[in-house]
Design a binder for this molecule. Structure first.
Ligand SMILES: NC(=O)C1=CN([C@@H]2O[C@H](COP(=O)(O)OP(=O)(O)OC[C@H]3O[C@@H](n4cnc5c(N)ncnc54)[C@H](O)[C@@H]3O)[C@@H](O)[C@H]2O)C=CC1
Ligand SMILES: O=C(O)[C@H]1O[C@H](OP(=O)(O)OP(=O)(O)OC[C@H]2O[C@@H](n3ccc(=O)[nH]c3=O)[C@H](O)[C@@H]2O)[C@H](O)[C@@H](O)[C@@H]1O
Length: 432
């Protein structure tokens, strides 16, 4: 099939390269000329394992990129993989979706024949039909359900394993109204359904939109619940990781997403929990469990710092921060817990020196206002430090050993259950 994908960030680029790999002819449309040039050169604009190989293989053949929306007319289906950030109050900001839909509508105005528009972005229930479709109608002069059709296909990939997740999904959700839309989506994803155990869920558009928030909300709340339990464990000198290993044996609970500590960050859990809470409030319902999940999450960095206060007065002292990315395996720093930790340390008067294996540059660019010294290695960060805090669970932090000997005061507060306890250091775990 001929597919266009509007927006070529983490999701749009991954989906485009994977659909090309499944045999489709794919065009990425993005407003960013650098992103477009990078893809056409056979390179990846984002860092994801396996993505460079796929783009290298298919660019110039079944995969291309352009800034020109007119290219969508040559395709049967357009996915919208545009950003859906938060407003100041946490509510979803749909301005990118509206702008993309308006440009798409202008291009479709001159297309004869049918076109399917699929919202891939995470949007609150109602957005596809009440915001995206009218924006396309306005500039195309066509009517949704006649000149073009809309559908919703949420994405569940994780950063760091995006290609693997897309090519081996547990479920594929098609939200649509008409049989034709299910059929087109079915045809598009058929190679994936045939080659994996993926379940296909055919549902309504609003249900598809909500499934994405339910998925992320459930996972975020699961981590907050284990953090809540972990905080209780800490009060009673109980190891929350031993408790988690035991409850994981009950398959109604399961063993995933039970790592307690500093809590969730990233570009999606924080924004999506806030967006669905704001949407629920707007509709007249206060969701207490999701609100509590956010509250527990927001409290974890300060709990870590208060444990540090028990062991060291860091005013005027060098403190090492180990890890800047929001999770290991990525240089993405959006929503990272490193920010509240660093700000809390600086509020205590500490001189922060931070180290991350890959995310130093992105952190420095993304958080221009956060002033820290960067080290080239964990050993350099620890050298002369009066305390260290572990923020990201990079494997290399588990291997640290004699590097702690160079600390001026060997206190380690671990927010991720990653540093090994050893002789000679005062070790404090956040929930164990
Ligand atoms: N990043 C992730 O792991 C996941 C993200 N999502 C959702 O997917 C959506 C997209 O997220 P990301 O890919 O992370 O965003 P991103 O910020 O990485 O990429 C967005 C791209 O859209 C482009 N763009 C902006 N306005 C445009 C316009 N008017 N026309 C054409 N291109 C335009 C930007 O230049 C950028 O390349 C969001 O709703 C997000 O919540 C869903 C699952 C996973
Ligand atoms: O909507 C999205 O963008 C994506 O959000 C998450 O993916 P991602 O943000 O890449 O990262 P996760 O691996 O889910 O981790 C999120 C955060 O939770 C934290 N976490 C995760 C698991 C755990 O046990 N404990 C824990 O603190 C991680 O450190 C990280 O900060 C979801 O897992 C994806 O399914 C979803 O598509």
């Amino acid at each position: 099939m001929h597919v266009s994908i509007v927006g070529s960030g983490y999701v749009g680029t991954t989906v485009a390269a994977c659909l090309a790999d499944l045999g489709h002819d794919v065009t990425n449309v993005d407003v960013d000329e650098d992103v477009v040039a990078t893809i056409n050169d056979g390179d990846t604009p984002i860092h994801e394992p396996g993505l460079d190989e796929l783009i290298g293989e298919h660019a110039g053949d079944r995969l291309r990129a352009t800034t020109d929306y007119d290219a969508v007319r040559e395709t049967d289906v357009t996915f919208l993989a545009l950003p859906t950030p938060s407003e100041d109050d946490g509510a979803i900001d749909l301005t990118y979706m509206e702008a993309g839909a308006a440009s798409l509508g202008e291009a479709l105005a001159e297309k004869d024949g049918d076109h399917l528009v699929v919202v891939k972005s995470t949007v609150v229930p109602g957005s596809t039909e009440d915001v995206v479709a009218p924006a396309i109608e306005e500039t195309s002069g066509k009517t949704a359900g006649e000149g073009f059709h809309v559908a919703m296909n949420p994405e569940f990939l994780r950063m760091g394993t995006a290609v693997e997740d897309f090519l081996d999904p547990q479920k594929i959700v098609f939200g649509a109204r008409e049989a034709d839309a299910y059929e087109t989506l079915g045809e598009l994803f058929d190679p994936l359904v045939e080659s994996t155990d993926a379940a296909v869920v055919e549902t309504g558009i609003r249900e598809a939109e909500m499934i994405k928030y339910a998925n992320n909300g459930f996972l975020a709340a699961k981590v907050s619940l284990i953090n809540d339990i972990g905080n209780i464990c800490k009060e009673f000198d109980v190891d929350a990781y031993e408790v988690a290993d035991a409850i994981a044996l009950d398959d109604r609970i399961g063993g995933k997403f039970l790592r307690s500590g500093l809590g969730w960050g990233g570009s999606c859990f924080p924004k999506d929990t806030n967006a669905i809470i704001a949407a629920a409030q707007e509709a007249g319902y206060e969701p207490p469990v999701l609100e509590a999940a956010v509250e527990v999450n927001d409290g974890q960095p300060e709990r870590l710092l208060s444990l540090l206060d028990d062991h060291a007065d860091v005013a005027g002292k060098r403190v090492a921060v180990l890890g800047l990315s929001f999770k290991p395996g990525t240089d993405d720093v959006r929503g990272t817990r490193a920010v509240p930790v660093i700000e809390g340390l600086q509020a205590r008067g500490a001189d922060v020196v931070a180290y991350d294996p890959v995310a130093t540059e992105s952190f420095d660019e993304y958080y221009e206002d956060v002033e820290v010294e960067y080290a080239d290695s964990a050993a350099e960060a620890l050298d002369g430090a009066h305390a260290a805090v572990a923020v990201t669970d990079w494997d290399e932090f588990a291997a640290l050993d004699t590097e702690f000997d160079a600390m001026a005061n060997p206190v380690v507060v671990d927010g991720r259950h990653i540093v090994e306890r050893r002789e000679g250091i005062t070790y404090e775990g956040l929930t164990w």
